[in-house]
Design a protein around this ligand. Sequence first.
Ligand code: HEM
Length: 143
Amino acid sequence: MLERHLQVIESSIKSAIEKDGIEKLSSRLFDRLFDYYPETKSLFDISSIPVLAPRKFQLLLDLIVDTLKHPGYAESAVADEAIRHSIYDLKHKEYYFILMETVPLCLKHSLKEVWTAETEECWNDTVSGLKGLFHKAILEHEL
Ligand code: HEM
C-alpha cells in the first residue's frame, strides 16, 4: 500500500513543482496558518515569510515523503519535529494539522485538472497518518 501512496504523492509533488514552482505553491502556506491561528504570527519575522514559506513547504514535503519511504522511522521523525518546536512553546496540535492539510491543498490548486480521486485518497491517508503521529508525540512528550 505505502509503495503506491509514495508513487502517487511523489508524482503529484513533482508535477506541481514543475508546473508552478515551489515559491508559488507555498504562497498560501502561512496565509492559511495565520487565518486560522493569528496568534502564530508572533512566532515569525513576518518580513521573512516570502523566504521562509518555500523553505518550510520543502521541509513539510520532505517529512511527508520520508515517512512514506521509512514508515518505521515516521513516529520518531515526527516526535523529533514536535520536540524541536517545543522551544517555540508550540503545544497546539492544530498548528501542525493546518500546515499538514495545506500542503495537498496547494498541490491540488496547482494540479486541479489532473488531480484524481486516487491522488486525493493517498494524500488524505498520508496527512491523517501524520496528524495522528503529531498528536501522539505531543501527548507522549507532554509538550
Ligand atoms: C508540521 C511540520 C513542521 C516541520 C517539518 C517543521 C520544520 C522546521 C525546521 C526543520 C525548522 C528549523 C529551521 C529550518 O530549518 O528552517 C523549523 C523552524 C521553525 N518552525 Fe517549524 N516545522 C513544522 C511546523 C511548524 C509549526 C506548526 C510552527 C508554528 C505554528 C512552526 C514554527 C517554526 C518556527 C517559528 C521556526 C524557527 C524560525 C524560523 O525558521 O523562522 N513550525 N521548522
